[in-house]
Design a protein around this ligand. Structure first.
Ligand SMILES: Nc1ncnc2c1ncn2[C@@H]1O[C@H](COP(=O)(O)OP(=O)(O)OP(=O)(O)O)[C@@H](O)[C@H]1O
Ligand SMILES: [Mg+2]
Length: 1157
């Protein structure tokens, strides 16, 4: 599975060859294969012979088909097909190029491609038309020999395109872009305009063969060219097959002409002309008339217009004297035609309707039948066009052809490009096909001779061991057609000149002469009008009708006469040769076939001295469609191109040979040390060294014989060797240049590097140093942290021990106290019990005593016994009374104990209950009441402060802010300048006015920078309020005196104002404190604790106020929790006023303020 095979379907059709296929499935003897076209086939075991294994070289295709293992038509066809599908249209067969028409523009003809292919050996690059052109050019220069390139193929196969591509390449690489080169290139469009037409097979079909010989000077620049034309299809001027057109020039002329020019020539639209059956746009061919003068152009146009007008002539049949005759219908066309040809209208009409015969010295005019007349007209028209075409070619040659210089040094070499129709075999083949096939037969022979015959001769001459191989030599066919006596062409010629000769007599002669020749196929019976020839590419049957007429290709004397009478110099010029000939000579003038034969011989002679290259163009399909490959059509073309023989011959032979001198000269470089001693031995040594001793190359007598691949190998090696030396020289020079450049660059680079590295390192170092600093900081902080924590732990442990010790001591103390209390209590209880028992005992004793006394007393009154009983009774009563009293007392005591116990329990319960803050505050501050009294003023005033005690009348809420009435006499005084109100409005902060308010201030009345000053001001205000009785004195009296009461008031003032204490402490606190609100708080706390030393004894209200920051009042011994006397207050207030650094007006204002208070 997956194997490639050849599948022979054995259809028996002529052009069907085995097709490549791949095995898809092998199932019980049946094999399923898919062929190259994608069709599936089942091969049964009995048909197993239908498939053959494929050679590996045929599977993926090769560039040179000589290397194909399956060297047969099928192999070649498949190779072309595979490559065509990959858009590889060119393939080699040795040095022959096969080109398959892509029918699309491929991007392989660019200037880059030209450069790529320049000066390359065949085989070094993928196959290309440029490679052929390049080899032509360099072989010409290298071998100093003329080259030719024979491009053949069917109509539409791409011959003309290939010719143009070669021309384009040669023009590009020949270096100079000269005027002459331009002219050579521009000749093509003119030739194509006059010689190309649209046919069903090709939209731009060349209807003539051409050989362009391009001449190069010694330097290889284009120096000139010569164009040879063959067999223009003149009949196309009068008649075209369906869907075909006349020559492009007619359409171009009608399209490109101005209306005035048209008017002059009497022309209108293309559709108006019988000769121009199909009209479509042909804009791509422009009428480039490079080397033509305006007059010539006009003359050409006139002739072309005359042709069109003649084509429109109408004939009417007549009968004169029982003879068929005709007349030209009078029409403007006739007149215009006559005018354009500058002949007499009547003469023209006579010419076209009658014929002058000279019989026995007399000239007799006989009328022409309508058919004959039409033939005469068409012949005239064809004559004009044919001669015009010849003239144009001559004209072009005159411009581009430069005769070789006579200077002996000026050698001229040429490359000839032959673009000629290939072998043709239509259903009906006429005289032209015979000529074409004859030409192809010649070319095939040339080809074969080149490839084989000459080679063989040379091999024999050189004593080369040459294995004879069989091949088809078409010499016999050529002999029969044109070489041996009584050949077909000469027989046709002879019959053409024979007045009574007809196509039938000609055929009979051919039959009788050649019927025994194997290459001749006579008609099967006497009615058949065709004969066959076995050409190199197959049998072709030729239809003999019209053979002689076509071959004669002469114009009647009348017409020549008419031209002679014309005043138009141009027409006379193109008919010059005919006019110059006499009537007799004209009769003997060469026929078409002999002319063609002669030019062909000339061509073959030219080619024979050239080194030839062959390009075989293949048309892949009839529809001008890209990527469509018609196998049968291609096989036919391959067969007609004579490819098979060439392959075998070339492969077997030695296509490359050099004389020893040439060889040593050329390949000496491959063996260093070889001197130019042109001996066979040297040559052999080089060949053995490069190609190997056993390879298939041979030494002749004067030459060495090589295969294509040897040549390629040698050339590549030579190129390599030369290139190596060139490179060595370049290396040294470049080395020197680059080294000095490099040193310069290196120096600069090092400088940049140095600077950059320095900068980079510094940057890195900075970053690292910063990093290390951070690391150090972290490590140090960590160390400190650890030390701190250890210390803290130790301290905490130490504290714990201390506290433990203290607690234990306190506990012991308490225990001792408890024990003591217990002892005393127990003692007390015991004593109390003892006391009670003693009392009881005493009372009982007393009662006993009383009984005894009573008994004694009663014994006086009554009997002893009775007295004893009576006393006993009273004694019992008293005892009962005592017992009752005891019981009551005990009960009372019990009740008291119970009450106490209950109270204790209640207190215990209250202690355990959760504390409600607000309740607690209410409870604590409930004594404040509403505004009736100030805290600290409830109850009795403490001892010594009774004088401050006064009754407060309840103040209304609004009264608080009410201004106290100022003394009236103040109003009378004009002190507006010093008005306190004004001062207050100017200096007091916030919303404070000059009026007295009975509550503490939030901020001092005046602005102070210093916090100590602010505190002092607030302290003064508090003292003022206290002095005024608007603020209560501190609630608790200092239990344990710290001696502050003994400090003189002035010291306190200084303390308050002095920056020493507060500021220093404040600063100290600020220094060690932390930032943010916490700092503020801690400062405040510190101040509070500093100022109000006995914290536990401050009123809770004040503490709260201070901590809440309601008042910015901190630290003042005046405001301590000790009530002060009015005198002290006054001292403090006044002292502050005196000592404060104030401006005069402030001082005044303050004094006034205090005074007003
Ligand atoms: N290499 C190519 N690349 C692209 N298109 C091509 C190429 N060769 C040929 N063709 C196409 O094929 C058409 C026919 O080519 P060309 O005129 O060269 O054929 P021919 O062999 O000269 O035919 P004829 O014998 O009728 O003159 C061209 O007009 C062009 O469209
Ligand atoms: Mg062509």
């Amino acid at each position: 599975m997956g194997d490639y095979v050849w599948l022979d379907l054995k259809t028996g059709r002529e052009f069907v060859v085995p097709i490549g296929a791949v095995v898809k499935l092998c199932d019980s003897g049946q094999i399923q294969v898919v062929d190259d076209e994608g069709n599936e086939h089942w091969i049964s075991p009995q048909n197993a012979t239908n498939i053959k294994p494929m050679h590996p070289t045929s599977i993926h295709g090769v560039e040179d088909m000589i290397r194909l293992g399956d060297l047969n038509e099928a192999g070649i066809l498949r190779n072309l097909l595979i490559r065509y599908r990959e858009k590889l249209i060119y393939t080699y067969t040795g040095s022959i190029l096969v080109a398959v028409n892509p029918y699309q523009l491929l991007p392989i003809y660019t200037a880059d491609q030209i450069r790529l292919y320049t000066n390359k050996k065949i085989g070094e690059m993928p196959p290309h038309i440029f490679a052929i052109a390049d080899n032509c050019y360099f072989n010409m220069q290298r071998n100093n020999r003329d080259q030719c390139c024979i491009i053949s193929g069917e109509s539409g196969a791409g011959k003309t395109e290939s010719t143009k591509l070669i021309l384009q390449f040669l023009a590009a690489i020949s270096g100079q872009h000269s005027w002459i080169e331009q002219q050579v290139l521009e000749a093509n469009p003119i030739l194509e305009a006059f010689g190309n037409a649209k046919t069903i097979r090709n939209d731009n079909s060349s209807r003539f063969g051409k050989y362009i010989d391009i001449h190069f000077n010694k330097r290889g620049a284009i120096e000139g060219a010569k164009i040879e034309q063959y067999l223009l299809e003149k009949s196309r001027v009068c008649r075209q097959a369906r869907d075909e057109r006349n020559y492009h020039i007619f359409y171009c002329m009608l399209k490109g002409m101005t209306p005035e020019q048209k008017k002059k020539l009497g022309l209108s639209k293309a559709t108006d002309y019988t000769y121009l059956t199909i009209v479509s746009d042909s804009g791509h061919i422009s009428m480039i008339v490079l080397m033509f003068t305006d007059t010539e152009n006009w003359e050409i146009s006139k002739l072309l217009a005359a042709i069109l007008h003649m084509g429109n002539l109408r004939y009417e049949a007549r009968t004169y004297d029982n003879l068929d005759a005709c007349e030209v219908v009078r029409s403007p066309h006739l007149i215009t035609a006559a005018a354009l040809l500058e002949v007499d209208g009547k003469d023209l009409m006579n010419c076209l309707t009658s014929r002058t015969l000279i019989t026995r010295g007399e000239t007799v005019s006989t009328p022409l039948s309508m058919e004959q007349a039409l033939d005469v007209r068409d012949a005239f028209v064809k004559g004009i066009y044919g001669r015009l075409f010849v003239w144009i070619v001559e004209k072009i040659n005159a411009a581009i052809y430069k005769p070789p210089s006579t200077e002996p040094k000026a050698v001229r070499r040429s490359i000839g490009l032959l673009d000629i129709f290939g072998f043709e075999n239509f259903t009906v083949n006429s005289f032209e096909q015979l000529c074409i096939n004859f030409a192809n037969e010649n070319l095939q022979q040339f080809f074969v001779r080149h490839v084989f015959k000459l080679e063989q001769e040379e091999y024999n001459l050189e004593n080369i061991n040459w294995q004879h191989i069989e091949f088809t030599d078409n010499q016999d066919a050529l002999d029969m057609i044109a070489i041996k006596p009584m050949n077909i062409i000469s027989l046709i010629d002879e019959e053409s000149k024979f007045p009574k000769g007809t196509d039938t007599t000609m055929l009979n002669k051919l039959n009788s002469q050649h019927k025994l020749n194997t290459n001749y196929i006579p008609p099967k019976n006497s009615y058949e009008t065709q004969f066959g020839i076995q050409h190199f590419a197959g049998v072709v049957y030729y239809e003999t009708r019209g053979f002689l007429e076509k071959n004669r290709d002469t114009l009647y004397g009348d017409i020549i006469q008419l031209v002679h009478s014309s005043k138009n110099k141009f027409i006379k010029q193109i008919f010059q040769a005919d006019v110059a000939m006499g009537a007799e000579t004209r009769k003997r003038s060469p026929t078409l076939s002999s002319q063609f034969k002669r030019s062909l011989e000339l061509l073959m002679r030219t080619l024979s001295v050239c080194q030839p290259f062959f390009v075989r163009c293949i048309k892949p399909n009839e529809y001008k469609k890209p990527m469509l490959f018609d196998r049968e059509l291609c096989v036919r073309q391959l067969r007609y191109s004579g490819m098979m023989e060439t392959i075998r011959i070339r492969r077997a032979g030695y296509p490359i040979r050099y004389t020893f001198v040439e060889f040593v000269d050329r390949y000496r470089v491959l063996m260093p040390g070889v001197k130019p001693a042109y001996k066979q031995g040297t040559c052999q040594r080089i060949a053995e060294a490069v190609l190997g001793r056993d390879d298939d190359w041979q030494m002749g007598k004067t030459k060495i014989f090589l295969k294509d691949h040897h040549d390629m190998l040698l050339e590549i090696e030579r190129d390599k060797a030369i290139t190596d030396k060139v490179i060595l020289i370049q290396k040294v020079v470049r080395g020197f240049k680059d080294r000095s450049n490099f040193l310069k660059l290196r120096k600069s680079a090092m400088l940049i590097q140095k600077t950059w590295r320095g900068y980079h390192c510094r940057k890195n170092y900075g970053a690292m140093r910063a990093g290390f600093s951070r690391l150090q900081a972290l490590v140090r902080s960590r160390k400190l942290y650890v030390t701190y924590h250890v210390a803290r732990q130790r301290i905490t442990r130490f504290q714990a021990r201390c506290r433990g010790c203290l607690v234990r001591r306190a506990f012991r103390h308490r225990l001792w106290a408890v024990i003591t209390i217990q002892a005393y209590t127990r003692g007390m209880i015991a004593r109390r019990l003892y006391k009670r028992l003693k009392g009881e005992y005493c009372r009982r004793l007393e009662a006993e005593k009383m009984r005894l006394a009573e008994e004694a007393k009663l014994r006086n009154q009554m009997s002893a016994k009775r007295a004893k009983a009576e006393a006993e009774r009273k004694h019992q009563e008293r005892l009962a009374q005592l017992a009752k009293e005891d019981a009551e007392r005990e009960k009372k005591e019990k009740e008291e104990a119970r009450k106490k116990k209950e109270m204790v329990e209640q207190m215990e319960k209250a202690r355990l209950e959760p504390v409600n803050d607000s309740d607690m505050v209410d409870k604590m501050f409930g004594f404040l009441g509403t505004t009736s009294s100030f805290p600290g003023q409830e109850g009795q005033a403490p001892a010594g402060f009774e004088d401050l005690e006064r009754t407060h009348r309840e103040l209304e809420e609004e009264d608080l802010d009410e201004a106290l009435p100022l003394p009236e006499d103040d109003e009378e005084e004009d002190l507006s300048e010093y008005k306190f109100a004004k001062f207050a409005a100017t200096y007091f902060q916030g919303t404070t006015t000059h009026t007295y308010v009975r509550r503490p201030l939030k901020q001092p009345l005046l602005f102070h920078d210093d916090e100590g000053d602010q505190l002092a001001a607030l302290a003064v205000w508090i003292t003022v309020l206290r002095f005024m009785g608007d603020l209560p004195e501190p609630k608790y009296h200092t239990a344990i005196s710290d001696g502050s009461e003994k400090i003189p008031v002035m010291t306190k003032i200084y303390e308050t104002l002095g920056k020493k204490t507060y500021k220093r402490e404040l600063q100290a606190l600020q220094g060690e404190g932390e930032v943010g609100s916490h700092k503020k708080n801690s400062v405040r706390h510190k101040l509070v604790s500093l100022t109000l030393k006995k914290k536990s004894k401050i009123t809770e209200e004040v503490t709260k106020r201070l901590n809440d920051g309601e008042y910015g009042l901190h630290g003042n011994s005046m405001l301590e929790d000790r009530p002060t006397s009015n005198l002290e207050k006054l001292h403090f207030i006044i002292g502050n006023g005196i000592l404060r650094p104030m401006s005069s007006e402030m001082l005044h204002g303050f004094a006034e303020y205090i005074l007003c208070m």
